[in-house]
Design a protein around this ligand. Structure first.
Ligand code: DC
Length: 228
């Protein structure tokens, strides 16, 4: 039986922070699927493609070679032989990732790659469609969310700590727009799997959320080790 953990949720819900902690504490491999969509987005941006050019993006998928590597336990995303990890978090990359991830060619390519990774290792995988499409038989599924205000505030603090001077209302509007696009697309939209645990992290600290997910995982492991 697989012991994969699938964590889905909207931007800023804290899923990658929690997925990393859970993976490290239980010796599992963390796979950030958003980073893979972002690497594809870099490929499209470098080719000068616009987000509404489905034909161009579909064709460009053929030349996009995305692979994952780990350095000191940190996921690195390799695009056509180049480590593009330092460029993944840029705002324009995130926008292009959200816009281009609506296309069938992009989703099929990423889903196949993610399923291949899970066939090789036991993973904690985070994204938008992991519990619903990529790993529908995951051992544990968690759907994390938080209010748009809280998520915008987390992003605001992150950018401020980096010395940037973001506008809170603009960040909030971008988050709401991204939520809408990710959850209203036709293929594999962001949604809670029927058998996922729902976790609203608006009023929870990182330790509390991580403890909750670790507890769920350990409980299931005990249950299944007992042969029940
Ligand atoms: O989690 P993130 O912000 O790095 O994701 C960037 C975009 O990639 C997100 O807005 C939608 C897309 N994405 C997706 O469609 N499916 C996933 N499993 C992960 C990300």
């Amino acid at each position: 039986m697989n012991r994969h953990i699938a964590i889905d949720g909207p931007a800023g819900s804290g899923k990658s922070t929690i997925a990393k902690i859970v993976a490290a504490r239980r010796g599992l491999i963390y796979v950030d699927t958003g980073a893979m969509y972002r690497a594809m987005a870099i490929h499209f941006l470098r080719l000068g493609l616009s987000a509404d050019d489905e034909e161009g993006i579909t064709k460009a998928c053929e030349s996009a070679d995305v692979t994952i590597d780990y350095v000191d336990g940190q996921q690195q995303v390799i695009l056509c032989g180049e480590n593009v990890t330092p460029y993944l978090r840029k705002e324009e990359t995130g926008k292009m990732a959200s816009a281009s991830s609506v296309y069938a060619a992009v989703r099929t390519k990423m889903t196949i790659l993610q399923q291949k990774l899970a066939a090789e290792k036991t993973v904690v995988m985070d994204g938008r469609d992991i519990g619903t499409v990529v790993l529908p038989d995951a051992f544990l599924k968690v759907y994390m969310t938080a209010s748009a205000d809280v998520r915008a505030k987390r992003r605001f603090d992150e950018l401020t700590a980096k010395g940037e001077t973001p506008d809170f209302e603009t960040l909030k509007a971008e988050i709401i727009e991204r939520d809408y696009r990710d959850s209203h697309r036709e293929i594999a939209p962001l949604k809670q799997a029927d058998d996922a645990f729902l976790l609203d992290t608006s009023d929870m600290g990182i330790d509390m959320v991580a403890g909750y997910v670790l507890g769920l995982y350990d409980e299931r492991n005990t249950h299944f080790s007992d042969g029940e």
